[in-house]
Ligand binder design. Sequence first.
Ligand code: HEM
Length: 156
Amino acid sequence: MIEPLLAALEASSAAQWLRGARWGYAAVNAAHIFGLALLIGAILPLDLRLLGFWKSVDRRALTRVLAPVAATGLALAIAAGFCLFAIRAREYAALDVFRIKLLLIVAGAGAAVLLHARAGWLLDRAEAAALRRHALISMVCWLGALICGRLIAFVT
Ligand code: HEM
């Protein structure tokens, strides 16, 4: 059922252009990496703070800076990742490592949305134990997605 959709995506003019455009592909790939850098670079220190590191650093101030940076990085990674995906949609969609990566992204983003919905944008209403639990889940999801993303090149 999804096969014709993936084939249509591969046949789209944007995907055809990207397949042939060396510098276009390089630019989209660089945008993906830049998104990952923002996401991982922001989420990791925030999760470590939620786990209990750097207790002298104000949690609200850190969340105010790092949560929007991580969200921007994720949005960029998703937009550029979708373009990369369109180039060989059927091949990527069939890969276990790609499917696991998508599951981890959905789980990581879902956990973040739930936490902020329950505890507020600056996490004022959360208990320390809930924040520690969230930080562990978040690190597993995002580092797992990073590793799965890198592994794609080794299985194609
Ligand atoms: C829905 C969003 C995303 C999609 C559709 C997507 C898709 C892709 C695709 C198609 C590739 C190229 C694989 C290849 O041929 O080597 C790729 C590379 C990669 N992705 Fe994603 N990605 C997404 C989000 C993410 C996120 C959130 C992370 C990290 C947490 C991530 C980490 C990576 C890494 C590390 C690479 C390898 C980059 C390289 O070696 O050049 N991706 N992604």
